[in-house]
Design a protein around this ligand. Structure first.
Ligand code: PMP
Length: 443
């Protein structure tokens, strides 16, 4: 056989049409995407440095500032899911043997601690049983004992259904010279969070929950305090893709004017670049050398139009359009209406679950996450039978527990586009049906 003859045959499965059935996604995420956001994702692709895309990126920054209630300059969307934003926050803020205190009351603290350990940080976990939140006193004691430079905490613990109170945390951290990092992937837009007023230094969320956009882009924002810590780094962040200096430049967060000159003029002349390098990061002066590709540190790039290129990576254009529309929808609805809508939906759900004889996992009502409700698996039932029945007979997804709640709870998500009273009623009817028909699976 000649070496140029392909020997792997075309896979038959790719010769069939793609099959995507309709399902009502009432698990802890992703949630269904609204027709408007889906239409945005179906738009034709433009170049990632075209003025219309740069404009959509600027509009996303403004939308995130509104959704987070912040005036932080360093506000953008990471091209990646919630884990990617978690990783970006930790790897930019931690350096060497920095100490981080992680609030672990579910799987997300465990994940953050894992990432921080991989980065070589000294990690201390503040532990709470699943279903509980941290009090100011818990945090105060942890800060006093471990003297961390960073505290990680999860606002919406989607593995347990707990809403972490944030009031006073920022002040407490800052008094101890510590930064506050908050995961709001499952809560942003569904429960109040006010980044600047609550003294949060780094906040991130995901696109696929309350924003009801496809997964894959994650809004994130850094306070001046956090930015200063990053500027003081002695070493480069250990990831090029997630280097916040480079991303800040690409997203135009550095106060420099965005360039929308003709595309032919947007790239640095080839002779300035090492082979294989197609762009340069442009960071504020103290970081500039750190962001230059190896071998170019010290060489002054031709900055500013028309020779300078801010290209860092190709933003996922369709995700950018979707996120832009999802944020526009949140802006049109208004944050307070969105919080109210989520509160109303979950309150109706709690009552319906109680009427079915089911028990909520989080005892204290104020500590329940409005977006993700955890329900104890009823005595004698197998959780998997219930979720499978709902999927097979009603096209509804809910999910079982995760991490410390695996096998113990069912998790019901009512987020963004899906947080409606009609969906609550549909689900309750389907659950009633499941409880009747899954009786044969009594253990
Ligand atoms: N944090 C929380 C609180 C989450 O609920 C999730 C997603 N379930 C993540 C982080 C991770 O997000 P992703 O799956 O988009 O990576």
């Amino acid at each position: 056989m000649a070496a140029s003859t392909p020997f792997v045959p075309p896979p038959r499965e790719l010769l069939r049409p793609l099959a995507v059935p309709y399902r009502l996604l009432l698990g802890p995420g992703p949630s269904n995407v609204s027709p408007r956001v889906r239409a945005a994702g179906g738009q034709q692709i433009l170049g990632h440095m075209h003025p219309e895309v740069l404009q959509a990126m600027d509009e996303i920054k403004a939308g995130i500032q509104y959704a987070f209630q912040t005036r932080n300059r360093l506000t953008l969307a990471i091209s990646g899911t919630g884990h990617c934003a978690m990783e970006a926050a930790l790897l930019n803020l931690l350096e060497g043997s920095d100490t981080v205190l992680v609030g672990t009351n579910g799987i997300w603290g465990q994940r953050a601690a894992d990432i921080a350990r991989r980065l070589g940080a000294k990690v201390h976990e503040l532990l709470k049983p699943p279903g509980e939140y941290f009090t100011l006193r818990d945090i105060q004691e942890g800060l006093a004992q471990h003297k961390p430079s960073l505290l990680f905490i999860t606002h919406g613990e989607s593995s347990t259904g707990v809403l972490q109170p944030l009031e006073g945390l920022g002040e407490l951290c800052h008094r101890q010279g510590c930064l506050l990092l908050v995961d709001a992937v499952a809560s942003l837009g569904g429960a109040p969070i006010l980044m600047d007023q609550q003294g949060i230094d780094v906040l991130y969320t995901g696109s696929q929950k309350v924003l009801s956009a496809p997964p894959g882009s994650s809004p994130i924002s850094f306070s001046e305090r956090a930015r200063e810590k990053m500027l003081r780094r002695k070493t480069k962040p250990p990831s090029f893709y997630l280097d916040m200096g480079c991303l800040a430049s690409y997203w135009g967060c550095d106060g420099e004017p965005r360039i929308t000159t003709p595309l032919s003029q947007l790239c640095i002349p080839a002779q300035v670049l090492s082979p294989g390098i197609v762009g340069l990061c442009h960071c504020s002066p103290p970081r500039r050398a750190m962001c230059l590709p190896q071998g170019l540190a010290g060489a002054e790039p031709a900055l500013g139009p028309p020779g300078f290129c801010r290209y860092h990576h190709t933003v996922p254009i369709s995700s950018i359009f979707c996120l832009r529309e999802a944020l526009a929808m949140l802006v049109e609805l208004g944050l307070e209406s969105s919080w109210k809508q989520h509160r109303a939906a979950c309150t109706r759900l709690y009552q319906g679950l109680r009427d079915l004889g089911l028990e909520l996992f989080v005892k204290e009502e104020a500590a329940r996450l409005p977006t993700v409700t955890t329900v104890r698996v009823p005595e004698g039932y197998n959780w998997k039978d219930i979720t499978t029945f709902l999927m097979d007979k009603h096209n509804i997804e809910i999910s079982g527990g995760l991490g410390p709640t695996a096998g113990k709870v069912l998790r019901i998500g009512l987020m963004g586009h899906n947080a409606t009273q009609d969906n609550v009623d549909l689900l309750l009817q389907a659950l009633r049906d499941a409880l009747q028909h899954c009786q044969h699976s009594r253990l």
